[in-house]
Design a protein around this ligand. Structure first.
Ligand code: GLU
Ligand code: MG
Length: 439
């Protein structure tokens, strides 16, 4: 298969093939080969130091007990996912393997694959979708000049139609099939949402979409920030994850006897996701700038609860209706683009499965704004980075779902960031990290 894909890409004019891997801080890295080396990229892989996993948002390296300057991993291309992305350039996702060929315990993509396999063993089929929010800037990272901004506005689309039309055509041509493209609430903020897919496919598509958004923005003389908070005081960028689950083709979030048709197992999945929230927040939104986004009133889900169409709840429930052809699903809103999407998806799926295995019950629904409820602020998500990292470090669930090496590595990179930016004002941090998650 590799040979025929190589031949096809070569005849399509591809010269350079890149394979990407995401570090624990959410940065996108790649190795490139001339297209004739595609089979070698798949079979033997290309060398990458284990430290690739612990590169930090500021380009520091956070070594751990299991990740030092010595050793080597092989980045192996998943040829089935390779696509031509631009004149002469092709892309594919890659996974970290040991030199003897075994999958590395440090590989986020490998972890997600393993978690999906364990859901399959339990007879569960997951589908996931994601939303990519981003802010356009000038090439040198400044604000774009404009007379004004209307949230979700037509004016923003008219202003940036060259970029948006090119982006839509590019995403369609690459087979990514965006569901929606629109101006968001914050100034110069836009969103692309992707259709539900198998979890690993969803994460791969998210990486490629980020790359393409960057490429197309550059074609139109702009840059793109995927920072959780590109400008202090402005709107944050989310990276919400949608999840639906089914067993023998029967959905878990509809057709049941619980509220909004939630089944008993669906309720347990929701219970598991919320029970895992404290331990996994360091995976979902653990960067040094993440807490600044996770505030009430920002629709970032800063309350540890669930509710039907509740945009202030960490978990928004979306019911099966005529207006929602994809069927019932839950949307985890706390996730931001500094998260490693493979790890965030693995954490979400793993905690849902844990809830089902433990037969947790569906927590009480919060129907209104949680910040106006009687138990506020007890229900507020505590996003303080030191607290979040301590909880991740101590979480037995995180160690069992992600493996101790990954948990140790994530905590190390985030603590490095914390040390680097200690005592700095949000505006300074926002500026320093504005393009840390761009590709
Ligand atoms: N920008 C918000 C966030 O940071 C989300 C807005 C929305 O609901 O789409 O998550
Ligand atoms: Mg949005």
């Amino acid at each position: 298969m590799a040979e025929s894909i190589r031949a096809q890409l070569e005849s399509d004019g591809v010269a350079l093939l890149v394979g990407t891997a995401i570090d624990f801080a959410g940065g996108i890295h790649c190795k490139g080969v001339p297209i004739r080396r595609l089979p070698a990229f798949q079979e033997t892989g290309m060398g990458a130091s284990p430290s690739w996993n612990v590169f930090c948002a500021d380009n520091g390296i956070a070594f751990t007990r299991s990740i030092g300057a010595v050793g080597d991993l092989r980045l192996r291309l998943d040829t089935a996912r390779v696509r031509k992305v631009d004149d002469g350039l092709a892309w594919g996702p890659a996974s970290f393997h040991e030199q003897d060929g075994a999958l590395s315990p440090l590989c986020p993509r490998g972890r997600l694959t393993a978690v999906v396999d364990s859901l399959t063993e339990h007879g569960l089929s997951p589908l996931m979708g994601t939303e990519l929010e981003f802010v356009l800037t000038t090439r040198d990272g400044g604000r774009l000049p404009k007379p004004g901004w209307t949230a979700y506005g037509m004016g923003a689309v008219s202003d940036r139609r060259g970029f948006l039309v090119d982006l839509t055509a590019t995403l369609e041509a690459t087979g990514l099939g965006p569901e929606q493209i629109h101006a968001e609430y914050g100034e110069d903020q836009f969103e692309v949402s992707l259709a539900p897919a198998q979890p690993v496919e969803m994460a791969d598509a998210c990486v490629l979409t980020r790359i393409l958004i960057g490429i197309v923005a550059a074609r139109h003389g702009m840059a793109v920030s995927f920072s959780p908070l590109p400008w202090a005081g402005g709107a944050g960028n989310g990276a919400h994850l949608h999840l639906s689950l089914s067993r023998n083709n029967a959905p878990l979030f509809s057709g049941g006897r619980g509220p909004h048709g939630i089944t008993v197992e669906g309720g347990s999945a929701i219970g598991g996701i919320l029970a895992g929230l404290d331990g996994f927040l360091g995976i979902y939104a653990g960067s040094v700038i993440s807490a600044a986004r996770l505030q009430p009133g920002q629709w970032s889900g800063a309350a540890a609860c669930w509710g039907l169409e509740n945009r202030e709840a960490a978990l928004r429930f979306v019911a099966a209706t005529t207006g929602n052809p994809h069927g019932a699903n839950v949307e985890l809103k706390v996730v931001d683009p500094s998260a490693n999407i493979y790890l965030a998806a693995a954490a979400l799926l793993g905690s849902a499965l844990n809830g089902i295995e433990e037969e947790l019950s569906l927590p009480v629904e919060v129907p209104g704004n949680p910040a106006e409820a009687a138990d506020w602020p007890a229900a507020a998500v505590n996003a303080d980075q030191a607290t979040v990292l301590g909880r991740l470090e101590r979480s037995e669930l995180a160690a069992s779902i992600l493996g101790p090496e990954i948990v140790e590595g994530v905590v190390a990179v985030r603590r490095h960031e914390a040390g680097k930016f200690a005592g700095k004002a949000p505006a300074e941090i926002a500026q320093a990290l504005r393009f840390a998650w761009s590709a």
